[in-house]
Design a binder for this molecule. Structure first.
Ligand code: SF4
Length: 56
């Protein structure tokens, strides 16, 4: 199960450097690639906007 970034993302980029599998890429908001996310939660811990949560 991959983590997901909601539209509360402020596109600050804080999460990107925390991902051990480089699964986070930049768009209008940041996006997590579900096929490479290992569900570690590192990105969610650092998001200042609280925009990252475990997927359903
Ligand atoms: Fe990367 Fe872990 Fe966040 Fe998945 S949960 S996108 S592996 S930091």
């Amino acid at each position: 199960m991959a983590y997901v970034i909601s539209d509360e993302c402020v596109a600050c980029g804080t999460c990107q450097g925390e991902c051990p599998t480089s699964s986070i890429s930049e768009g209008d908001i940041y996006v997590i690639e579900p096929s490479s996310c290992i569900d570690c939660g590192a990105c969610a811990d650092v998001c200042p906007a609280g925009a990252i949560s475990p997927g359903e």
